[in-house]
Design a protein around this ligand. Sequence first.
Ligand SMILES: NC(=O)c1ccc[n+]([C@@H]2O[C@H](COP(=O)([O-])OP(=O)(O)OC[C@H]3O[C@@H](n4cnc5c(N)ncnc54)[C@H](O)[C@@H]3O)[C@@H](O)[C@H]2O)c1
Length: 310
Amino acid sequence: MLSNLEPAKKVMRPGRHDPGPATELIRLIRSPQTDAGVERLLSPPDNLGVDMGRLSGQVAIVTGGATGIGRATVERLLDEGAGVLFTDLATSAGAEALEKLGGHGRQLAFVPGDVRDRAHSANVVSETLNRWGRIDILVGNAGLQAPGRLIDSTEADWKNTLSVNLLGLAWSCQAVLPNMIERGSGSIVAVSSVNALTGFAGMAAYDAAKSGVIALIRHIAVEHGRNGVRANAVCPGATITEFHLERAAERGVDAAALRAGMKGYGLLGRAAEPAEIAAVIAFLAGSDASFITGQALAADGGVTATGSSQ
Ligand SMILES: NC(=O)c1ccc[n+]([C@@H]2O[C@H](COP(=O)([O-])OP(=O)(O)OC[C@H]3O[C@@H](n4cnc5c(N)ncnc54)[C@H](O)[C@@H]3O)[C@@H](O)[C@H]2O)c1
């Protein structure tokens, strides 16, 4: 296991009760939409309301935490005071994330490995318990987006997509549940997709796997609610991660052009940033969501409100 512990430094982040930007947003919504006003509404907020103490003393595992939404979630949970152990197949990206996020006295550790491997999940739990003695939160985020229509896809496509996105989540949940049940408390948040809530072209196995994620989460919520375990899914819409930025760069498209290309997306006219999805995950993970379980929460910029991404 790799780990990184440094002396505490103060992290300057706005508190979640800071009324400034929210008030401004309301003013913008109510005022006639000048061009400047419209542009402001199309940008993600720069204050996502981090409460630095909300998860203090809690311990979280995040799968697929080296990049993208997972990495933003690791950062968010750290910012809120949790100790975080993250896992990822990508060893060097994980080591880099550990290096970048592990300062400021934060409690952070990285265990490389493959969520498809049941023994890896058991090892992750052992490492977490050895280190902190408890598991409060599991964020089952590791996944891959596999394109392909049913009519064209191969057995290998299906096995790979289902085993990472769905079976890997099942192993992660199976591994953390005994500690959560024993302690009578725990919160599991799985990253599904807007593709599980509405029909999309071209991603048959992925859509089926992400629908399975919601079914699995409901199963856990039903089976273990009386054990004090909550289980919920987040269903992100299009989110601009390093993966998308790198693919775009290969096509000669820079980040600004990529974001501009999403201006027709959903009701907000933009894709999400990873930190916005991480904020929803952190909300569901923590006690502000103490009466929410068995739910699939869309964080999709309104795509499912209209039934169309355009
Ligand atoms: N980005 C989007 O638009 C979007 C939309 C909806 C849902 N999602 C879901 O969000 C989650 C995170 O995706 P992302 O967009 O941040 O992509 P990403 O590729 O940046 O992150 C996924 C992470 O999972 C890791 N991973 C992949 N296979 C693994 C395995 N077998 N074992 C361990 N780790 C593995 C990758 O190395 C990577 O670090 C995924 O479940 C994805 O399906 C993403």
